[in-house]
Design a protein around this ligand. Structure first.
Ligand SMILES: [Zn+2]
Length: 157
């Protein structure tokens, strides 16, 4: 009886330690898929992605870790960020242009990352016919505690 109790306490402790490790930079480095860091040591940018993930609900974070690849650099893409669903791979690439965001605040950059994650969670990856997609995405992003990516939606709606 006592041993059983001790065993369960030990498992609980292990689970707690695992969760702490998964949320550490080392754990995130191990679990989160990123591309582009090889090109130029983008450690700072990678940590911003990790910090954004840590601020998200656990189920969202786990889905992102399973199904999203973050692509960094790409100075030629238009805008700051975009998400691209790869059907055969059942994976979404979140392409982040940290070059174009270099003079923006940390809060702005994290909002960009969270905004693209919100698109993934809402199933907008790739092309969507929903004219209200950007507004809904910003609503979710704001619910998670980030800012809004757009001030107006007149280009979309
Ligand atoms: Zn968007």
């Amino acid at each position: 009886m006592n041993t059983d109790k001790e065993f369960r306490a030990k498992i609980r402790q292990q689970n707690k330690e695992t969760a702490e490790w998964e949320n550490s930079d080392e754990g995130m480095n191990y679990n989160v898929s990123t591309v582009g860091d090889i090109v130029r040591g983008a450690e700072k940018e990678k940590k911003l992605i990790f910090e954004t993930l840590r601020s998200l609900p656990k189920n969202v974070r786990e889905k992102v870790i399973r199904e999203v690849v973050f692509v960094m650099f790409m100075p030629s893409i238009h805008g700051h960020a975009v998400d691209l669903y790869v059907p055969g791979e059942k994976v979404t690439l979140i392409i982040l242009n940290f070059t174009s965001m270099k003079n923006k605040s940390k809060k702005f950059k994290m909002t960009c990352i969270a905004h693209e994650i919100a698109h993934v969670i809402l199933g907008h990856s790739g092309l969507t016919n929903d004219k209200g997609a950007e507004r809904k995405t910003d609503n979710l992003c704001e619910k998670w505690g980030f800012g809004r990516a757009y001030k107006t939606y007149k280009w979309f709606e």
